[in-house]
Write a protein that binds this ligand. Structure first.
Ligand SMILES: [Zn+2]
Ligand SMILES: [Zn+2]
Length: 350
């Protein structure tokens, strides 16, 4: 089978590998869509030689000899011994964090918090191949109303955007500001608008603001072109945003996210990026009575629940997926994504 490796130094390498076979508790997924995520760019694609095969964050190790992409969706092609809840032909997305299955975090569904987790696309083979080996417990059924590309997007980017709003307890009639309008931020803006919120998108890149405006943001602001805090306050009667989703991962974005929140507001941080950010905790958090929340992706049961939810409510993130490539064009896909292409990019199979 064909597979794409991301050895670092801005390379994508298409190689031939053996098709995996399913062991006990496992399935082989015939991949239909494999997403490109910003985390891959920062942590793998651009990784210089000295950081390869290194632990890059808590329990997350990069092995650049494994197949890339942690946004898998496809059809179950083979079922291993002891798998009772999946059958050949089932449409599935795979939650990209695979915990030990036994510790307290795993038993709560929070595989991402497991001390012994593996991550598809980082330290075990990911989705950018004709077939992928997955633990059956990591699979979520994709309802018929949801496409494979959407299913793959929910496996990380769109799922992170959706979960950020749940984590922030988005309420009716609230004003939501989204800082950073990449794929995760635009997904958060879309879901917030669908939930009835008034949505403000903040990003220095004009095309990203225009794209967010087409996909849910009612107001967009350029943080480099004036006082963005004043602009957000003006939208919400001088108060600022009730809920802020920080999806930029930049120090400036993080600081801005705290500033545009109203007194007693909530700020959900999902964006990775700058390693350290200097904040005035007194003025920016304490005096504003803020609740600041870290949200790292989602739990595996949440992936299934959100797939059922978006299918039931007729929501679609398909308009956010602007670029689809065949696996033979994977090098182009990564290069364009690295260069800052708009919207979500996917490698797809017919
Ligand atoms: Zn565990
Ligand atoms: Zn991701």
């Amino acid at each position: 089978m064909r597979a794409v490796l991301l050895p670092g130094d801005r390379q994508a390498r298409i190689v031939e590998m053996d098709r995996p076979t399913a062991g006990p508790g496992q399935v082989v997924v015939e991949i239909k869509a494999a997403g490109l995520c910003g985390s891959d760019i920062h942590m793998i694609y651009r990784t210089p030689a000295e950081r390869r095969n290194d632990e890059i964050m808590k329990g997350l190790t990069i092995n650049t000899s494994i197949v890339g992409s942690h946004e898998p969706a496809g059809v179950v092609a083979e079922v291993g011994e002891g798998v009772t809840h999946l059958r050949v032909g089932d449409r599935v997305a795979v939650a990209h964090l695979s915990g030990c299955g036994h510790c307290l975090s795993c038993r709560r569904g929070w595989d991402i918090d497991c001390d012994n987790k593996q991550t598809y696309g980082y330290d075990r083979h990911g989705a950018m191949a004709d077939y992928m080996l997955a633990e059956a417990k990591d699979c979520a059924i994709i309802p018929d109303a949801v496409s494979f590309t959407e299913g793959a997007f929910y496996a990380c980017g769109a799922g992170t955007g959706y979960w950020a709003l749940r984590r922030g307890n988005l309420g009716a009639n609230e004003t939501v500001a989204v800082v950073g309008l990449g794929p995760v931020g635009v997904a958060a803006a879309y879901f917030a608008a669908q939930a009835g919120a008034r949505v403000i998108g903040i990003d220095p890149v004009a095309e990203r603001r225009e794209f967010a405006a087409k996909n849910g943001a009612h107001f967009t602001f350029d943080p480099t072109a004036g006082d963005v805090t004043a602009a957000v306050k003006a939208v919400n009667g001088g108060r600022g945003a009730d809920l802020v989703v920080e999806a930029s991962g930049s120090s400036a974005g993080r600081s801005s996210a705290l500033d545009v929140a109203r007194t007693w507001g909530r700020v959900v941080c999902v964006g990775f990026g700058d390693p350290a950010t200097t904040l005035d905790v007194g003025a920016q958090i304490i005096e504003k009575q803020l609740t600041v929340i870290g949200a790292w992706v989602y739990s595996t049961p949440d992936l299934q629940e959100m797939l059922y939810d978006v299918a039931d409510r007729g929501l679609s993130v398909q308009p956010l997926i602007l670029h689809e490539y065949g696996i033979e064009d994977a090098e182009d896909a990564w290069r364009s994504f690295d260069a800052g292409s708009l919207g979500k990019s996917m490698v797809v199979w017919p």
